[in-house]
Write a new protein. Structure first.
Length: 250
């Protein structure tokens, strides 16, 4: 989890940049459309849509954008295939990719180009999936009005199914089993924690430590290129960054 969490910290900083905002909106709009088409336009009865709307509000997406994305699900232009791909970046770093695409041939070609340019390899299904566990992950801002110590809060979250909780200065990261995601979401809401993200993620079982700064830059450049592709929704990897490398990247 350590390597994933450090990369999550980098993504939080990057996510605040205006240059990334349009990409984030594009991906969330697509997720809202697919969720509404799959489970209906009412978020109260559609957990996936409710989660997508929550994520959209967390990045300040206008309400009109959300409503248009839901309405788009009524037409044929909201037809996307959910597919996953696997591969390796350099230095043996495993990469797992989740896509929503209306043109699989285009998506595969783009992936091959990105991996080739980044000195990586697009693999076959199952080549890296076994290196990741699917878990529920919640990142919430600390609530100063919550009169609980970290230990007390951990016990409260454990009642909702939390397997692990990481406390940072401003954020709390909660991990739970995929099957406990709904119960955990309800517990977080009961505790009135302001969630920044709440999603199912693929967390690496083991990580690969790369200490060479230039090698790390190349790997992160490949991951950035994948995340910038409109067909790609999520990118997971098992790169672990040392404190020294983190300091150089900041």
């Amino acid at each position: 989890m350590a390597g994933h969490n450090k990369w999550s910290q980098i993504k939080r900083k990057k996510g605040a940049l205006d240059a990334k905002r349009s990409k984030i909106f594009t991906k969330l709009i697509k997720e809202i459309t697919v969720a509404a088409k799959e489970g209906g336009p009412d978020p109260d009865g559609n957990p996936r849509l409710r989660l997508a709307i929550q994520s959209s509000k967390a990045v300040n997406m206008p309400k009109d954008n959300i409503e248009r994305a839901i309405k788009k699900s009524e037409g044929t232009d909201g037809d996307y295939s959910e597919v996953t791909y696997e591969g390796y970046a350099s230095n043996g770093v495993a990469v797992f990719i989740e896509c929503l695409t209306d043109n699989i041939n285009r998506t595969v070609q783009n992936l091959r180009t990105i991996f080739n340019k980044g000195n990586g390899n697009l693999g076959t299904n199952g080549s890296v999936e076994f290196l990741f566990d699917r878990k529920g992950v919640f990142v919430a801002k600390r609530n100063p009005e919550l009169q609980l110590t970290d230990d007390e809060l951990m016990l409260e979250l454990a009642d909702g199914g939390a397997e692990d909780v990481e406390f940072e200065q401003d954020y709390i990261t909660i991990y739970c089993a995929m099957e406990d995601f709904g119960a955990m979401q309800r517990r977080v809401e009961e505790l009135k924690l302001d969630t920044e993200t709440a999603e199912l993620q693929r967390l690496p079982k083991t990580t690969v430590v790369v200490e060479d700064l230039e090698a790390v830059r190349k790997i992160l450049k490949l991951i950035d290129a994948l995340e910038d592709d409109d067909d790609i929704q999520k990118v997971y990897h098992n790169l672990e960054l040392t404190d020294e490398v983190m300091a150089e990247l900041e």
